[in-house]
Design a protein around this ligand. Structure first.
Ligand code: MN
Length: 148
């Protein structure tokens, strides 16, 4: 069972996300600000984080920055959930360590697509790594060998 942490300071939005996620069979944990989110990630080790940008104590940018500095959570899939509609925000978010982006109000289909994309992408990467171990040397390694 995949576990999703919802970090969001608005109770109505938290409840909406919880309902959408539980309908799809995910286990849900909740945090109400950025520092609580970091504590909950340590405690519950979620498979994916849905992260509001505008939150008290520590905002979403602060949370994702802290996560990427920590080897344990550097690869945790993090999806920004934000009402910010300014042009350039999507690029700013995707250049800040987030893996995806959902705008509020979150619709069930976009949420499902992001989760499927990020959670199956991780499984796929694990498979490619196994395959890579039995693969021939890369072009770069061959070039180095040929030049000897
Ligand atoms: Mn908020």
């Amino acid at each position: 069972m995949k576990k999703i942490l919802v970090a969001e300071d608005n109770a109505v939005n938290r409840e909406l996300l919880r309902e959408l996620l539980e309908m799809r069979g995910y286990t849900v944990a909740e945090a109400r600000d950025g520092e609580e989110a970091l504590r909950m990630i340590e405690q519950t080790e979620p498979d994916l984080l849905l992260l509001d940008i505008g939150m008290p104590v520590l905002d979403g940018f602060g949370v994702v920055l802290k996560l990427r500095e920590n080897p344990r959570f550097a690869l945790l899939p993090v999806v920004a959930v934000t009402a910010y509609a300014m042009q350039g925000d999507r690029e700013k978010i995707l250049n800040s360590g987030f893996d995806g982006y959902l705008s509020k109000p979150v619709n069930a289909r976009s949420l499902a697509e992001e989760l499927d994309r990020l959670l199956s992408k991780r499984a796929h990467e694990d498979v490619s790594q196994d395959q890579a171990s039995g693969r021939q040397p890369s072009g770069k390694a061959r070039a180095a060998h040929d030049s000897k």
